[in-house]
Design a protein around this ligand. Structure first.
Ligand code: IMO
Ligand code: MG
Length: 426
């Protein structure tokens, strides 16, 4: 057993990219297994900042093999754009990037459908990233209109599939939104045949490849996108993404059984953020929330939207850790809280006058949840230069101890800034 997984335990944006990057040294292969270019991972490497969406964080190191596995949905134009950007910055990408022939492909109709569905929800919109993620997964589950990466490799098959899908989807799209631009069969076919030729050298059966890598004792690192509370089965449905973004997705999305994983690292922010709609019990709609947003630069990497900010939610995050089977915690962005006089941690919810530490299964209940807080003193000191746990102010250590006790998990790493060096190993 030599595989590690890095999983977000909140609503995404937990700074998972930094942890994956830190761990690449000790691994041979980095695997993305769900989501698509709705993810946004920022990595600071060699003094440069890289923003990655679809490419696994491993691509920054040529000695690592990066795998985009079966469960990912791929927008080829976005993927090739990322590859070109990296090449322009002298990050070489050759046979160290592998793409699953079973992964599903995002087409222009997926964005058009998503725009129509979101508009139809009005004030109750999910607030998606508009990348065609949910509509592509919808076609994957529905099968009739799905096109996989493997299909891109057969030009005649691809031509007829695109024509067939557009013919069937156009009347529905027109009915949803008469202003939908025409889906141009010839143009889309030509574009995707071009993408296919560029992707061809990278496309393989990644499941078989991963099984061989395991047999050769290669060390695998699974890079989760989004967070456990956005998981389509277990998250705050319907305000979730359309993939298994908790630890549950590793097995289905890569074909590697979870029992191969020896360490499941749960990544949490020292507070909570959320982008898009849906209940958020510890949300701060006041000056403290704005302070966290400003200091933490809490604006989306993918869409630029301001993130909703709030206190650490032990109920939601504890649930995220339990469904993902987490072994230890990585507490991120602790430095952001440095100037606050006091800090709050949600230890339970009160719903209809009843106290609970269970995360509600229905959003009607979650929307009613009133957080029960434990208040802790702030440390009011810059901690971004600290490198040892013992050198953190006692209030900071008390804050970490409280998180750890509440989650019943040891803290393995604390991050106090974006750079690799701004890291404390516990
Ligand atoms: P990383 O990998 C935060 C959210 C969207 C929306 C919901 C559904 O950076 O942590 P989708 O486009 O996936 O159908 O949108 O999920 N969302 C994310 N929020 N971080 C992400 O990824 C997200 N990916 C999707 O804001 O609420
Ligand atoms: Mg993000």
């Amino acid at each position: 057993m030599s595989a590690t997984a890095v999983i977000g335990l909140q609503w995404g944006d937990e700074a998972k990219g930094k942890i994956v990057d830190l761990l690449t040294d000790q691994h041979d292969v980095v695997v993305r297994y769900q989501g698509g270019n709705n993810a946004g991972h920022t990595v600071v490497f060699g003094g440069n900042t890289y923003k990655l969406s679809l490419l696994p964080v491993g691509v920054l190191r040529p000695e690592i093999t990066s795998v985009i596995a079966t469960g990912v949905v791929i927008n080829p134009a976005a993927l090739l754009g990322e590859i070109d950007q990296l090449r322009a910055r002298n990050v070489p990408l050759g046979d160290n990037l592998l793409i699953s022939d079973r992964a599903h492909v995002i087409f222009p109709w997926h964005m058009a459908e998503e725009a129509a569905f979101e508009a139809a929800r009005g004030g109750n919109a999910i607030g998606t990233t508009m990348r065609g993620i949910g509509t592509c997964y919808r076609d994957k589950a529905g099968r009739t209109h799905a096109i996989r990466v493997g299909d891109l490799m057969y030009p005649d098959l691809l031509r007829s599939r695109i024509a067939e899908v557009i013919e069937q989807k156009t009347p529905v799209l027109r009915a949803l939104n008469p202003a939908t631009p025409t889906l141009d069969v010839a143009k889309i076919t030509e574009d995707y045949l071009g993408y296919a030729e560029r992707l061809r050298p990278h496309v393989i059966d990644t499941t078989a490849w991963l099984h061989k890598a395991l047999a050769q004792n290669k060390r695998l690192l699974f890079e989760g996108a989004q967070g456990s509370l956005l998981d389509v089965d277990h998250g705050s449905y319907p305000f979730v993404t359309s993939s298994s973004s908790s630890g549950c997705g590793i097995h289905s999305g890569s074909g590697v059984p979870e029992r191969q994983i020896s360490k499941m690292i749960g990544v949490v922010k020292a507070y909570t953020t959320r982008v898009g709609g849906g209940p958020f019990p510890t949300e701060l709609l006041d000056a403290t929330g704005q302070h966290i947003r400003d200091v933490g630069r809490e604006y989306g990497t993918v869409t630029g939207r301001p993130r909703r900010c709030g206190w650490f939610d032990g109920v939601a995050t504890g649930y995220g850790a339990r469904i993902s089977g987490i072994d230890c915690l990585s507490v991120m962005l602790l430095d952001v809280l440095a100037q606050l006089d006091e800090l709050k941690i949600c230890t339970a919810y009160e719903i209809d006058g009843e106290r609970t530490t269970d995360f509600p299964s229905h959003i009607q209940q979650l929307a009613k949840a009133k957080p029960v807080y434990q208040t802790l003193p702030g440390w009011k000191r810059d901690i971004s230069g600290v490198r040892r746990l013992a050198d953190l102010p006692k209030e900071t250590r008390a804050y970490l101890d409280t998180l750890s006790e509440l989650m019943q998990l040891p803290v393995w790493l604390v991050s106090i800034g974006p750079d690799r060096e701004q890291t404390i190993l516990c």
